[in-house]
Design a protein around this ligand. Structure first.
Ligand SMILES: [Zn+2]
Length: 59
């Protein structure tokens, strides 16, 4: 599994008992659309609708 695929799957939570996959992605605080996660150059979430960007702080 490549790095990008791994990043993508972090957005989903697999429930094998109920055979369901739940999307854990974020919704934009401004317009409510789904936000895309980007890991380069810095980890952040960005909205395709209004351009809002939320930077992820690593712990
Ligand atoms: Zn937005």
């Amino acid at each position: 599994m490549g790095k990008n695929a791994k990043e993508l799957w972090k957005l989903y939570e697999a429930d094998y008992k109920n055979m369901r996959v739940t999307f854990k992605g974020r919704r934009c605080l401004r317009c409510g659309k789904f936000m895309a996660h980007h890991s380069t150059p810095v980890s952040r979430w960005s909205c395709g609708g209004c351009g809002y960007t939320d930077y992820e702080i690593k712990h």
